[in-house]
Write a protein that binds this ligand. Structure first.
Ligand code: RIB
Length: 308
């Protein structure tokens, strides 16, 4: 079972002719109002990838909150652990360029009221994979990681958006998922010389920290390092529409595969496919693929290979 502890937002995603510079206004033809938030996106991604999924988080007592909850329920995510806070539901403004790049600003709202103490002990045990991101209060994340680890759960953290990680909390993680920028920031904060290629340091970090370290590389694919081995997978050749939520698709599909005991190589391949397919429509949750689609596409997709 996957337990997602994280954010729920409503996303206002605008297609614009190009991403603006500071102080500039840019025009575009259309927008969509869709459910988002890294936590909710990853919960939907995990559920569509075939995992039994529950979510703990906070929405406001408002229409956005009801829309965010409905979206999860429609995908079979158990939302009984999502509470209504005093603040309004989180909201993200997203600009998407014709090249599918984005700029995102998030008003956290009710996500700031999310507490580790809301997670009942009977949801945390050896059969649980806890999946977290960095859009709810950091102290609650580190406290829950410690508690979940002590109860025998597997702890997966997506370090997005990147923030400093207390060194002691790294020991509570089983899997850490970053993009290149997040990995570089983490590596620097842990003492690696700035500017060093993060793909070169992740093997050392995985070994030093005793965890599985995944780095997504955008159009170059993804890599995984365990304390003893390293895997690389090339990206799928696609023409992306919107890359918003690609990382969330990757995390959800990877965690769903891990949860059903797929080895790292297979989990990396499936996550790589899910991340690419998620880029094929405007909106973070719109194109999150189902397990059958991932498995079918995997047959014609790059396979992971071991690297030194
Ligand atoms: O990862 C994409 C998500 O980041 C969006 O859905 C937005 O809500 C922000 O949280």
């Amino acid at each position: 079972m996957i337990l997602v502890f994280g954010s729920l937002n409503m996303d206002l995603a605008l297609s614009v002719e190009r991403l603006p510079k500071p102080g500039e206004t840019v025009l575009g033809p259309s927008y969509v109002l869709t459910p988002g938030g890294k936590g909710a996106n990853q919960a939907v991604a995990a559920a569509r990838a075939g995992a039994e999924t529950r979510m703990i988080g906070t929405v406001g007592d408002d229409e956005f909150g009801r829309m965010a909850l409905n979206a999860l329920q429609r995908q079979g995510v158990d939302t009984s652990g999502i509470i209504k806070g005093a603040k309004p539901t989180g909201c993200a403004a997203i600009l998407v360029s014709p090249q599918a790049e984005n700029q995102i600003g998030v008003a956290s709202g009710a996500n700031l009221e999310t507490l580790a103490a809301s997670v009942p002990n009977d949801r945390l045990g050896p059969g649980t994979t806890l999946l977290m991101q960095m859009e709810v209060p950091e102290n609650e994340i580190w406290a829950l990681a410690r508690h979940a680890k002590s109860r025998g759960a597997r702890v997966v953290l997506n370090l997005a958006p990147v923030r400093p990680v207390p060194p002691a909390s790294l020991k509570d993680l089983d899997v850490l998922i970053c993009n290149e920028h997040e990995a570089a920031s983490l590596a620097t904060s842990l003492g690696a010389p700035p500017g060093r290629d993060p793909t070169q340091v992740i093997g050392a970090l995985a070994k030093g920290l005793g965890l599985t370290f995944i780095v997504t590389l955008g159009a170059r694919g993804a890599m995984a390092a365990t304390p003893t081995e390293r895997w690389l997978v090339d990206a799928l050749q696609i023409k992306p529409v919107d890359t918003t939520g690609a990382g969330d698709a990757f995390c959800g599909a990877f965690t769903a595969a891990l949860d059903r005991r797929t080895p790292i190589q297979g989990a990396l391949e499936r996550a790589n496919v899910a991340g690419a397919l998620a880029c094929m429509a405007l909106g973070a949750q719109e194109a999150l693929p189902r397990r059958q689609t991932i498995e079918e596409r995997l047959l014609s997709s790059p396979r992971a290979f071991k690297s030194a």
